[in-house]
Design a protein around this ligand. Structure first.
Ligand SMILES: [Zn+2]
Length: 299
């Protein structure tokens, strides 16, 4: 009996340990998601998601997390699933929590791919971001081994990648979360990695966003033959989450604009917005940050 209890405790501890960090989860044949933990802290890449598509000829990695350390953690989990060469890394966009782990995969010889505009963004701000990493709540030791690895392949509207027995489409409709945010579609599996075009149960980062292009992009995704969506942050999602994201953005923009016309108090505006926005359990601090950066002209 005692042995049984000890075994149960060990299993429970193992389960807890595993769910405390991301792990690769098979969501279709050849496709795995790497969903961030429920707690969003700078050292765990703000719980950013990533994933892989495995083809006959090699592996395509979607996003690389916030540092070499986080990229290495992801890589060692990939190696538990496949030993095939990592041929491509796609950055859904080049914000730090999705792209500073690029260097880990570039060192292995993978080609890093992004939209042209987001390559420019990384070229413009990447080195400064790394230099001023304290602004993002990270310490220099969190970033050991991290170097800016710019995409070596970039495109404007659409790019098709043939992995031998699996085709992956990179699609960008309009500027959205960033000017060059792209979705990674695996048409045969009816699934997409949306990057930060979709945040689920997580208040979105809006500072670099283009709201009209974002709504147009969400409409494009809603019209696609898609059943599963891996968002940039949050759990495995579906089309109802895309609709809620569109509603969130429209509500945020109209109400924040109205409130900012008569107040400069970001926290008071954020408190009012919280009342009307769709409920989300993570990153509530983002509301006030977004109000400051977009509507009050300060960060
Ligand atoms: Zn982002």
């Amino acid at each position: 009996m005692k042995k049984m209890i000890m075994l149960a405790l060990t299993v429970a501890t193992l389960l807890f340990t595993q769910t405390a960090f991301a792990e690769l989860t098979k969501i279709a044949d050849n496709v795995y998601s790497y969903i961030g933990s429920k707690e969003a802290s700078p050292t765990n890449s703000f719980a950013a998601n990533a994933g892989i598509v495995i083809g006959k000829d090699g592996v395509l990695v979607v996003d690389t997390l916030i540092s070499a350390k986080e990229g290495e953690r992801f890589l060692s989990d990939i190696r538990k699933v496949t030993n095939k060469p990592i041929k491509y890394v796609v950055n859904t966009h080049t914000h730090l929590d999705h792209a500073l782990g690029n260097c880990v995969f570039a060192r292995l010889g993978a080609s890093v791919i992004s939209h042209t505009a987001d390559r420019k963004l990384m070229e413009r701000v990447g080195a400064d971001t790394l230099k001023n990493i304290g602004n993002y709540g990270l310490k220099p030791e969190d970033m050991i081994g991290t170097e800016i690895a710019l995409p070596s392949l970039y495109f404007s509207d659409r790019l098709t990648i043939d992995l031998g027995d699996e085709t992956v489409e990179l699609i960008r409709t309009a500027p959205s979360h960033t000017e060059g945010s792209v979705v990674v579609s695996v048409p045969a599996k009816k699934l997409i990695f949306s990057g930060d075009i979709l945040f689920t149960d997580f208040h979105p980062f809006l500072a670099d966003g283009d709201f009209s292009g974002w709504a147009k992009t969400l409409d494009t995704l809603l019209a696609m033959d898609v059943e599963k969506i891996i968002p940039g942050h949050g759990p495995l999602s579906g089309k109802k989450d895309l609709k809620e994201m569109k509603e969130y953005l429209a509500l945020f923009d109209s109400k924040a604009r109205e409130l900012a016309a008569s107040s400069q108090d970001a926290d008071a505006i954020a408190a009012e917005l919280k009342q009307i926005l769709p409920k989300r359990s993570l990153a509530e601090w983002m509301i006030a940050y977004n109000v400051k950066s977009r509507y009050l002209g300060k960060k």
